[in-house]
Design a protein around this ligand. Structure first.
Ligand SMILES: [Zn+2]
Length: 937
């Protein structure tokens, strides 16, 4: 099986080391790695296929390095680097420059590294690199912004306080050895950083921000020589203090012959069991990847897997397993099980089963076929997968060049050169009951302590008798190591087609009730493709019952398919079955070889899914909890979800859906699904490396399996959207149960036309940075500050959103009013060159080339099904952009926000702990009655 892979048509490209890089013939990228005189390691990647240029700097310092009495300092410093440098002192110079040139930036602080990244259009790359490089040579750390920005970090923490993942992460750190940096609080807040001054920032910066501890990646269409010269010009004067990397104690969790259990009472109604096994550093083992093998086997979902066993017992709904590094010196392996109610009651049995599976792994020895499959897939992916572009790719490359031997940077994920059993066996030797911390996160568990920074209730216990039980040996015959995967592509090769960028998908006329498009890929020449279906139902199907049932139905179909299809996913053929208001969506995406076979199997399960009552109960319970938990999700999510209440003619809230979900039975759902496909209209697209008959097969199989009768498109249910014909201000006010308030404002810009699309693009580009700078950086209203434009079908809107843990929604409303009343001046004061940059970046955004067959197919699908096959749509927007005048945009903005002419939907939500002092009310008392008097089209 593996030998066939040699048939690949491959091009061998020699880097400036003796390592071989395998490339697709269309891949014109070139790589160069260099080390500057100051020790900075640099990864350069030039690719004429990129839309965006990007750069990233990784620094070997993170939250583990925070001083004992300054928790959160590394993270705070990360924020401060954005707020002005000696050469570019303006607080938003860097961000404005990027936004004006079609780019943006971000940064993050993790355990042992901090990473900064940006992307921008190629013409502005050198200018962005110049501004960016100043972070690492001459940051200002002004007193003024030092004291202001602490509030942004505090808001960031407030956003996390009610998040169960953050709570769990924080509490798990408390149980490491005394004095180990894992015990520190990483984010920081006013309490830990409130009185910080400039000197402390400078001191930390000078100690750790040294060129020998950094990695730089630059990705662009520019030549390697150009990029090398910029790397030298802008990054050579970073100071090198030659300080070696920080060391961390790899033995950070005490071995103890007892069962250690941490119980956490969560915010949401979740049930998770997490078993963590501390490990020494694993990063240096990248050539053998023992962590990935461990996760592959223990996290497998096929027949004989631990998950299948736990599901059969009725204890689990999900399972994931893996191992990762926290630093070069330490890391951990972990297994997370999503429990059912019965699983929570039997959590000791779940742990025992897991350890029994690990025993099976230990006794079975190193499974060579698993290593080979991972290696085969990596080889295929290195040639055929889309590697992406932009700042996230840059981030990964900067981290790799900093952390790994420079000759292997750029392909760490693809290297499987060491098939020795030892690293795998060594890792397994740490997966023992005496090296385990278990966390049970579920409502109602016993707690007697409160974590300080999150105010999260938890408890810790040790139990010797459970430990004795866990280490007793027990064989479970149903557990098995995964077998050889039949889905691994055997004949993948470069398709023999002409390169041709003008080929468009074509409509294939078939019978009634079907709109089918087919296209062969002539752009990427990969052995991959997508089969994509949208199944629409008759208008009269729509009801709250249908909405809730279709959601549970989709989950049941996925469950029914899971064991069978899991190996396909591992072999690069993904699929999804999802429901929405307008129907069911089915996608099969990946290596084309087995795609049709998998598609047929999916249809069989859609028509008749097969799961046990226990599995059904677990799914229903999960859906019910998801509905209930929605009121505890982030304020901005809840607030944005209120918009469709007004904008859609049909929308069911979680409150309406919950009682229906509670009453679903396995039998009633079976009955529902029996008739589901009786009458349908099918929109389908088959695209990529398929012969034409596959497109017809896709439709024929659908009709054959579902025995559907066709309806006309006009007879199918589709959402209608609010049409505001007269100026109007609509206010929608709600109270939340969470600790943040939110404002979400929508202004109607106009009805779809090339000019309105162009206007809406430019308005959002012009206002994004000023809104952010004023509301977040200057006024410090909250961590989440967004503005953008979007459309509901034909109607275009300009949106502003702020989430705040400090200010109630009426105060946010006042601040947004103040900002907007002055906003036309932003355009008035803008110079022509900046305005032209906005236009150019909007044009480049529309001209952006997809990076994969799948992205290309999505774009075509959108033209075909959402815009009646108008392939010229973006071209027409570009023509309109070219004629836009600044004065025109300015007057358009003045008009759409003016008190007399605005058509505005303003949504205000108040945090649990914020009072609605002025008693602001919604514009309506009865939403249904209000909607019935409105026009929806
Ligand atoms: Zn942050």
């Amino acid at each position: 099986m593996k030998k066939n892979l040699i048939l690949l048509i491959i091009f061998i490209y020699a880097c400036n080391t003796n390592k071989k890089m395998v490339k697709h013939p269309l891949d014109k990228s070139e790589v160069r790695t260099i080390v500057l005189e100051n020790g900075l390691k640099v990864f350069l990647l030039s690719d004429p296929g990129f839309n965006m240029s990007a750069a990233s700097v990784a620094v070997q310092v993170g939250s583990l390095d925070n001083p004992e009495d300054r928790q959160g300092l590394a993270h705070f410093l990360e924020h401060m680097l954005f707020l002005g440098t000696k050469k570019y002192p303006d607080v938003d110079e860097y961000s404005s420059y990027l936004r004006t040139n079609g780019g943006y930036s971000n940064a993050y602080t993790s355990s042992d590294l901090t990473n900064y990244q940006f992307q921008v259009l190629p013409d502005a790359f050198e200018g962005a690199v110049d501004r960016f490089s100043q972070f690492f040579t001459s940051p200002l750390f002004t007193e003024e912004y030092t004291s202001r920005e602490v509030n942004a970090v505090n808001s960031e923490h407030q956003k996390n306080i009610m998040n169960d993942n953050w709570r769990q992460f924080r509490i798990s750190g408390l149980f490491t050895k005394d004095g180990h940096p894992e015990q520190k609080f990483g984010t920081g807040n006013l309490e830990t950083l409130g009185d910080i001054d400039r000197e402390e920032l400078l001191d930390f910066y000078n100690r750790y921000y040294s060129s020998n501890r950094m990695g730089l990646a630059m990705l662009s269409t520019h030549s390697l020589d150009d990029m090398e010269s910029w790397a030298k010009k802008y990054f050579s004067n970073i100071n090198n203090n030659n300080k070696d990397r920080n060391r961390y104690d790899s033995d950070y969790f005490e071995k103890k012959e007892t069962f250690r259990l941490v119980q956490i009472d969560p915010i949401k109604d979740i049930r998770n069991l997490v078993m963590t096994f501390p490990l020494p550093g694993t990063r240096h083992l990248y050539a053998s990847k023992p962590g990935r093998q461990f996760g592959f086997i223990l996290g497998h979902e096929g027949p004989g897997s631990l998950l299948s066993y736990l599901k059969e017992k009725g204890w689990a709904i999900s399972l994931s397993a893996g191992a990762g590094a926290r630093s070069a010196d330490h890391g951990s392996a972990s297994v997370t099980v999503g429990l059912t109610q019965s699983g929570q009651e039997n959590y000791k049995e779940v742990i025992k089963s897991t350890l029994d599976y690990v025993d099976l792994m230990k006794n079975s020895g190193h499974p060579k076929h698993v290593f080979d499959e991972l290696k085969n897939m990596a080889e295929l992916d290195e040639v055929y997968a889309s590697k992406g572009e932009g700042m996230w790719r840059a981030t990964q490359l900067a981290n790799e060049v900093m952390m790994y031997p420079i000759e292997d940077a750029g392909r760490i994920n693809y290297i499987y050169s060491n098939s020795d059993a030892k690293p795998y066996e060594d890792l397994l030797s740490h997966i023992t009951a005496d090296n385990m911390l278990t966390m049970l996160i579920a409502k109602g568990v016993k707690t007697d302590k409160i974590e300080h920074f999150y105010q999260a209730p938890y408890s810790y216990t040790e139990d010797g008798s459970i430990y004795e039980y866990l280490i007793s040996s027990q064989k479970r015959p149903k557990l098995a190591i995964p077998e050889v995967n039949p889905f691994i592509p055997k004949n993948a090769s470069v398709p023999k087609r002409e390169l041709d960028l003008t080929v468009l998908p074509e409509e294939i006329k078939l019978n009634d009730g079907v709109k089918l498009y087919f296209g062969q890929d002539h752009e990427f020449l990969r052995p991959k493709g997508i089969i994509s279906l949208k199944i629409l139902f008759p208008k009269n199907i729509m009801s709250v019952k249908h909405r809730v049932y279709s959601r549970i139905y989709a989950a049941c179909v996925n469950e029914s398919l899971n064991e069978l299809s899991y190996p396909a996913k591992l072999a690069g053929i993904n699929f999804s079955i999802k429901e929405g208001y307008e129907g069911m969506y089915v996608d099969v995406n990946g290596y084309a070889e087995s795609a049709l076979k998998l598609y047929e199997t999916i249809l069989e399960h859609m028509v008749a899914f097969s799961i046990t009552d226990t599995q059904f109960d677990a799914i229903k319970d999960k859906v019910v909890r998801d509905y209930e938990n929605f009121s505890l999700s982030d304020a901005h999510q809840q607030t944005r979800e209120l918009a469709p209440d007004l904008f859609y003619n049909v929308k069911y809230t979680w409150k309406e859906s919950l009682p229906v979900a509670k009453n679903v039975t396995h039998e009633s759902l079976k009955n529902y699904s029996k008739d589901l496909y009786k009458s349908t209209f099918l929109e389908a697209m088959v695209y990529g490396d398929f012969p034409k008959h596959v497109a017809n097969d896709v439709v024929d199989l659908f009709v054959e399996k579902t025995k559907t009768s066709p309806i006309k498109k006009e007879e199918a249910f589709e959402i209608d959207y609010l049409k505001l014909s007269q100026p109007e201000s609509i206010q929608y006010v709600e109270d939340l149960l969470v600790n943040n308030s939110c404002i979400f404002r929508n202004y109607f810009i106009g009805t779809d036309s090339p000019e309105i699309r162009a206007t809406s693009l430019i308005l959002s580009k012009a206002l994004e940075q000023p809104f952010y700078t004023e509301m977040r950086t200057n006024q410090q209203l909250g961590y989440i500050v967004w503005s953008y434009s979007r459309n509901y079908d034909e109607s275009y809107y300009l949106n502003f959103l702020i989430q705040s843990g400090v200010y109630p929604a009426d105060e946010l409303n006042r601040r947004v009013n103040d900002f907007l009343s002055d906003s036309p001046n932003i355009l008035k004061d803008m110079d022509e060159e900046t305005f032209q940059n906005l236009i150019d970046s909007a044009i480049e955004q529309l001209e952006k080339k997809p990076m994969s067959i799948s992205e290309r197919a999505t774009k075509f699908k959108n033209y075909i099904f959402e815009h009646d096959g108008d392939f010229e749509r973006d071209f027409n927007t570009i023509q309109a952009l070219k004629t836009l005048k600044k004065e025109r945009i300015e007057s358009h903005l003045s008009e759409i926000i003016s008190l007399e002419k605005r058509k505005m939907v303003n949504i205000l939500t108040f945090a649990d702990n914020h009072a609605n002092k002025k008693q602001i009310k919604s514009s309506f008392s009865d939403l249904k009655a209000w909607k019935s008097a409105k026009v929806y089209k």
